[in-house]
Design a protein around this ligand. Structure first.
Ligand SMILES: Cc1ncc(COP(=O)(O)O)c(C=O)c1O
Length: 709
């Protein structure tokens, strides 16, 4: 693993566990700091008793003593409402997620029937009872249904309110989540709104034409197109589908016209404008003058001239642009729209048929619940987005006496993100464990150790910053002395332990102070535990690794209890990037996640929410950890849960075959190895049978950590 837990033994110095009071601060405990890892059997062990004893009963400072004393009283007052506030579930949950009185996360997909809610913990129990294990991706079809409806109804409302004369026709960009079930459900739920699809490749167009056969809905073809791609789109038009081929590069027009001529069909043509407007956020490279997508103004004029020359201006029916995904600021959306509308009205004035304005994607999701223009959030709601779009188009078209076009949006993220929740469990913990400051040092201890001890003696609530700096200085001194061979490994270890104990005391003492210096504020995060989580960041949350995207992550149960620990999450890949050490926060980003102490024999489960957009397809096979189990759920009256579809995650054999291994051949080679071992009298024939069977079982097994039955 990237961040291996080092379980250091308690140092053998004569230490006293009894504390002493010095300078107003009590310092207790013995030994030093370690990350101490504990596992028992296959089931996540828990720290259980030992852990909770540390939390609630330790009387004095040492291993977080001051903090723990605070926790003890806070534990009694902890409520579900405090958990809701701590994890921000009301802010990012979009009404789909909340916490029950029992302290479990509930899913309630029906806006008008909040009582139709089901506990995630109960759902997971049902999944496990049916033979599937964690990690599992839960897809909530009702949420998808609700999101498709919200988008369409919001546009309908805005259109009605403003007296807009055109219609709204959404299209779902397949690349955002291509899974068959997703596409089938979107076309099913969207059929009452004639919600269409957007395809960016031949394979996606094949999906679109197979699953969306509504002649009132639109299929938008973006991306680079070869002859086959264009032919397929033209056949679609021939068969009565509204397949619009959007020109992304100038050369495509000639090919489209040649193929249309050959196949004797009048093409539906769109043109993608490369706007100069740029937006904030991660994906702003999609827009602006240097964007690699779309045509600039003079290339668009060339398209018009060419079509006019061939008397085909009636085929040019759509203007498309896409500023980028997850646009956090409504100002940028308005600015892009204004520029695009100018293009649109001038294309009409040029004589093009037009009729459709496709405003692309970009409608953002409020992942951190802050409602700000931070990249993981957005400073507008769906109602405002729709109202602004409708009003802006109407205003510019009215000014130019141009008919209101059908508005198309390619909203992917906003449609599908809430749909999926990844549930995983914690396998193990490395606690940031300090043993406190010894009362006495071993005889003949060097000056470096004595200096560190002195810092502890002078430490009080008024000189935290000074002691922090002194401790840092003396630790550096200690390390230098070790490098030059002046002190031993044991002395260095003791010095480090004293240092970290000091840091814990300083951090604990700073709690509740009016002014806390930056370096001390950050200590709490440095002192966070590592919780080892049974999933792969690269497979299930690739954007967290690739672009630092934040997703809401929180325990799905035990929310009546105060989460007394702070942790970062490490996944089970052997990669130091396979971790999550940034978490959502209303005002900033958190460097650690509040979590509960593990309990013996009890699983501790976390959920990563709003992961339905982009993550499934972008996920990769790092360390050959494959697709997770997927279960689709419907929630009916009274919260009745229906398991509608189950997809078993990849087995070891599956992922091996993806990287070109022949698993039969592998088994054969393994058998030969075992037979040689029998011949050499290393193992018996019976051993061989058991070993080969274990190998076979392993091939059939899940690629994630499997709890023993
Ligand atoms: C052309 C195009 N349309 C639509 C989208 C979907 O955007 P979003 O998921 O922000 O709605 C994208 C994604 O970046 C895109 O490239």
């Amino acid at each position: 693993m990237g961040q291996n837990a080092s379980c250091e033994a308690t140092p053998p110095f004569p230490q006293k566990l009894s504390g002493y009071i010095q300078g107003g601060i009590s310092i207790a405990g013995a030994g030093g700091m370690s990350y101490c890892s504990r596992v028992s059997g296959g089931v996540p062990s828990a720290f259980g008793k030992a852990g909770s004893a540390e939390v609630s009963t330790r009387p004095a400072v040492g291993d977080g003593g001051l903090q723990n004393m605070g926790k003890e009283t806070a534990l009694e007052r902890w409520t579900v409402a405090k958990s809701a506030e701590l994890y921000g579930i009301r802010d990012w949950g979009a009404g789909f997620f909340r916490i029950s009185e029992d302290g479990e996360v509930l899913v309630s997909p029906h806006e008008d029937a909040p009582e139709c809610a089901a506990s995630l913990t109960e759902i997971v129990k049902g999944v496990q009872a049916r033979g599937m294990d964690l990690p599992v991706l839960l897809r909530f079809s009702d949420i998808l249904d609700a999101q498709v409806a919200r988008l369409n109804e919001s546009f309908r409302k805005a259109i009605k309110e403003y007296g807009y004369k055109g219609k709204y026709r959404g299209v779902f960009p397949i690349k955002v989540n291509q899974q068959e079930q997703v596409i089938k459900e979107i076309t099913e739920f969207g059929s009452r709104y004639h919600h269409g699809l957007e395809a960016g490749s031949k394979a996606e167009l094949m999906i679109a034409m197979t699953f969306m056969q509504d002649s009132e809905a639109v299929i938008v073809c973006n991306g680079y197109k070869d002859e086959e791609f264009i032919d397929l789109a033209l056949y679609g038009v021939k068969m009565g589908l509204r397949v619009v081929i959007v020109i992304e590069i100038p050369a495509e027009l000639e090919l489209i016209l040649a193929r249309a001529d050959k196949l004797e069909v009048r093409p539906l043509i769109g043109v993608r404008a490369r706007l100069s407007t740029r937006c904030g956020g991660h994906w702003n490279e999609s827009g602006g003058d240097r964007s690699v997508f779309g045509l600039n103004s003079s290339q668009i004029v060339d398209v018009v001239d060419m079509l006019r020359g061939k008397d085909l201006l009636d085929c040019l029916q759509l203007l498309h642009y896409h500023l980028g995904s997850q646009i956090p600021n409504i100002r940028d959306i308005r600015a892009g729209l204004q520029e695009a509308c100018r293009y649109y009205v001038d294309l009409v004035r040029e004589g093009a048929a037009m009729g459709m304005l496709d405003i692309g994607g970009g409608l953002a999701v409020d992942y951190d619940g802050s409602s700000t223009n931070y990249s993981c959030s957005r400073n507008y709601g769906l109602r405002e987005y729709c109202a602004d779009v409708v009003e802006q188009i109407q205003h510019i078209c009215d000014e130019a006496s141009v008919e209101h076009p059908t508005i198309i949006s390619e909203s992917g993220r906003a449609t599908v993100a809430y749909y999926s929740v990844l549930v995983f469990d914690i396998l193990d913990v490395s606690r940031f464990h300090t043993h406190g400051i010894p009362e006495e040092l071993p005889k003949d201890s060097g000056i470096q150790l004595r200096n560190l001890i002195e810092v502890g003696k002078t430490l009080n609530s008024k000189n935290l910053q000074e002691c922090y700096h002194d401790a840092m200085y003396y630790r550096e001194d200690l390390r230098t002395a070790f490098l030059s061979g002046e002190i031993s490994l044991r002395e260095r270890a003791l010095g480090e332990q004293i240092f970290w104990s000091l840091m814990k005391v300083i951090s604990a003492e700073s709690v509740g102070k009016k002014y806390v210096p930056e370096e001390i504020k950050g200590l709490d995060d440095i002192l966070a535990d590592i919780y080892y989580a049974n999933f792969s960041v690269f497979q299930s949350l690739p954007d967290s690794w690739a672009i630092d995207q934040l997703f809401p992550i929180m325990p799905i149960h035990r929310l009546k209890e105060q989460p007394t620990e702070k942790a970062i999450l490490s996944d089970i890949t052997c990669d130091c990037d396979g971790k999550i050490d940034k978490f959502i926060d209303l005002h900033d980003e958190k460097k650690s996640l509040p979590v509960h102490v593990l309990r013996d024999g009890e699983r501790y489960m976390l959920g990563a929410f709003i992961v339905g957009a982009y993550q499934e397809t972008l996920g990769d096979l790092h360390n050959l950890l494959g697709d997770t189990n997927v279960v689709s759920i419907r929630i009916g009256k009274g919260g009745a849960v229906k398991f509608t579809k189950e997809l078993e995650g990849d087995s070891v054999a599956d992922v091996l075959s993806y990287v070109e291994y022949d698993t039969k051949d592998m088994l054969e080679r393994f058998r030969e190895l075992a037979e040689r071992a029998v011949e050499e009298d290393r193992i018996s024939a019976g051993d061989r049978r058991r070993i080969v069977e274990a190998y076979r079982r392993g091939m059939r097994g899940y690629t994630y950590y499997e709890a023993e039955e």
